[in-house]
Design a protein around this ligand. Structure first.
Ligand code: FAD
Length: 259
């Protein structure tokens, strides 16, 4: 079985700051991490590798420093990593991003493609489903359980108030949510391998896609304006015993008709 995991390197959002003058993310000095849902996607691929045997390839579109995320994936147990990195991808919206990733996948063998449900920086949850559409394969989103049955997969898909069990033949794209599993830590033996391992770097010329669908020219989304929310007020500091402080907070909330 060949499994490909789409993995995005994102800023560690608990530490991200917005520049109040420009309204853009301050990325300097902000640590990067593997997008959390993508770690769940990778973990499930590794579980399937252990249980039924599989080659796990991780792919990412990003700048050269995204290589670090791919090395971490190798240290967790992935077999191969490909970074697609090229100026031609710059300015990509979700459609152009998914076209670049689909173009990469056309060059690979896959039975299962895993993506995270959504990235914590872009937050659109569009890229996984768009890839499936470009490749013309079925997709199952919000995946919280996967098992292999003879020639198909049994997949449990989360709903707000329940779940749905779907049987699907491969090739298929699944988007992972955090309920799927608990991602493992990097394995000590794999860390040494990850340092030495060759990460393949592919350019726009190495993938199978119409180049007009990439980067800014392939992006129909135009961002007109972005802004950050102003704090609503100064807040109020009260120095009271816990009981009185709680009563004070309740009376304030009642006054504003929140409760
Ligand atoms: P989601 O759709 O929420 O992600 C779902 C899943 O898809 C992820 O969990 C992951 O598995 C997979 N995935 C998503 N992105 C990647 C990736 N890059 N590699 C591998 N897997 C992935 N971003 C830039 O970095 N540079 C730019 O110049 C830039 N310009 C933009 C211009 C416009 C007009 C817009 C709208 C966006 C731009 N972005 C840019 C942001 C970029 O489009 C998104 O970060 C990207 O498309 C992914 O969307 P998302 O974060 O909402 O991912």
């Amino acid at each position: 079985m060949n499994i490909v995991v789409c993995l995005k390197q994102v800023p560690d959002t608990t530490e991200v700051k917005i520049d109040p003058k420009t309204g853009t993310l301050v990325r300097e000095g902000v640590p990067s991490i593997i997008n959390p849902d993508d770690k769940n996607a990778l973990e499930e691929a590794l579980v399937l590798k252990e249980n039924v045997g599989a080659k796990v390839t991780v792919i990412s579109m990003g700048p050269p420093q995204a290589e670090a995320a791919l090395r971490e994936a190798i240290a967790m147990g992935a077999d191969e990593a490909i970074l697609i990195s090229d100026r031609a991808f710059a300015g990509a919206d979700t459609l152009a991003t998914s076209n670049a990733l689909a173009g990469t996948l056309r060059k690979l063998d896959y039975d299962i493609i895993f993506a995270g449900r959504q990235a914590i920086d872009g937050d659109t949850a569009q890229v996984g489903p768009e890839i499936a559409e470009h490749l013309g394969i079925p997709q199952i989103t919000y995946v919280e359980k996967v098992s292999v049955e003879e020639d198909s997969l049994k997949v449990q898909r989360a709903w707000e108030d329940g779940y749905e069990v779907v049987s699907v033949k491969t090739p298929v794209l699944l988007t992972a949510i955090k309920e799927l599993n608990s991602p493992r830590y990097m394995h000590m033996a794999n860390i040494f391998e990850a340092v030495k391992k060759e990460i393949k770097i592919w350019s726009a010329n190495d993938i199978d896609v119409d180049k007009s669908l990439l980067g800014l020219s392939g992006s129909p989304t135009k961002v007109k304006r972005s802004s950050t929310k102003e704090p609503k007020g100064q807040g109020e500091i009260v120095i009271l015993q816990p009981k009185e402080a709680a009563a004070h907070a309740v009376s304030k909330l009642k006054m504003k008709h929140y409760i």
